[in-house]
Design a binder for this molecule. Structure first.
Ligand code: PBG
Length: 325
């Protein structure tokens, strides 16, 4: 029966009932907070385009991780800004590199925090590309070796999961092989599988000091026009051994998240990236939107689209919000 016998508004009058029939709920378990590690002590450099986010020296990072734990954030994603960059990103493959140092300190102070390390070269190369440059372009197969070396080093210092974000072909297989050869057979890989060449990464590149010095990332990151290709990327990554696949960015790619959810039987992560965060902050600072409601609506939409895990700079704010209920 339809209207007037049935009225859909009946289930909307009582707030308890509204919650009872709610189909989607973001929880603390879904959230991952990205953080930026930098050399030095007592360093807390504000990232201008990402209010509330900082480049943090290891001592300050540990304090931030404690406060994240205290509000119920259970997982973080680490990026590093090295002291000296080099041609290939080799500076990130040593156990005393910046992210590795951060991991060791965090695991000592807050062992229960789930620590994910982003694997990529763009923060570590002098040219800002995600791999080794040969004849003006990123050489795929050479780059796999630095990525694998990074992964093994992260595993050695005690990360809980690695997350390759470089978009080289074959990197999940190469990283899996390297981890297994070094007896890290239980180390999960969360692959940035459908990662688009997006303008939404702008603020992140300020934060990580990783903007390419020439050209762009269109020869390795995906064309935003494509959806079928995303399914191929995900299919390849699963075949190569990915344990979790990721869609990135999130808000303009909710269709990709939903399609991946319907197509594949694997946990799906979505990265609510820097530009998506900064737009909300900027509009809120102008008094144009209600930041808290917008944050909840965005994160709920990403979960409703099919994401099991949401990487977001709102993780702390959302955890605090969830604690109020
Ligand atoms: C590294 C990497 C990037 C992001 C995550 N890992 C930047 C890029 O590809 O240029 C972006 C995250 C964000 O915008 O929040 N390759």
């Amino acid at each position: 029966m339809y209207f007037p016998e049935t009225r859909l508004r009946r289930l909307r009058y009582n707030p308890v009932l509204r919650d009872m029939v709610s189909e989607t709920r973001v929880t603390h378990n879904d959230l991952v907070m990205p953080l930026f590690a930098i050399h030095g002590t007592k360093v807390k450099n504000p990232i201008k385009s990402m209010p509330g986010n900082f480049q943090l020296s290891v001592d300050m990072l540990v304090e931030e991780v404690k406060s994240l734990r205290d509000v119920g954030v259970r997982s973080i994603l680490l990026f590093g800004i090295p002291e000296h960059k080099d041609e290939t990103g080799a500076c990130a493959t040593h156990d005393d590199a910046i992210v590795q140092r951060a991991v060791i300190a965090i695991k000592k102070a807050v062992p229960e925090m789930h620590v994910i390390a982003d694997i990529c070269n763009c923060e570590y190369t002098s040219h800002g590309h995600c791999g080794t440059i040969v004849n003006g372009d990123v050489d795929n197969d050479l780059t796999l070796e630095t990525l694998a070396a990074q992964a093994v080093s992260f595993a050695r210092v005690g990360v809980d999961m690695v997350a390759p974000s470089d978009m080289m072909d074959g990197r999940v297989a190469r990283i899996r092989q390297a981890l297994d050869e070094n007896k890290f057979t239980n180390m999960p890989i969360m692959a940035y599988s459908a990662k688009y060449a997006s303008a939404f990464y702008g603020p992140f590149r300020d934060a990580a000091e990783s903007a390419p010095k020439f050209g762009n990332r269109q020869t390795y990151q995906m064309n935003p026009d494509n959806s079928n290709e995303a399914m191929r990327e995900i299919d390849f990554d699963i075949a190569e051994g990915a344990d979790i696949i990721m869609v990135k960015p999130a808000m303009s790619y909710l269709d990709i998240i939903r399609r991946a959810k319907d197509t594949f039987n694997i946990p799906i992560a979505a990265y609510n990236v820097s530009g998506e965060f900064s737009m909300v902050k900027a509009a809120a600072a102008n008094g144009w939107i209600d930041e808290t409601r917008i944050m909840k609506e965005i994160l709920t939409s990403i979960k409703r689209a099919g994401a099991d895990i949401i990487l977001t700079y709102f993780a702390k704010d959302m955890a605090i919000e969830l604690n109020k209920r």
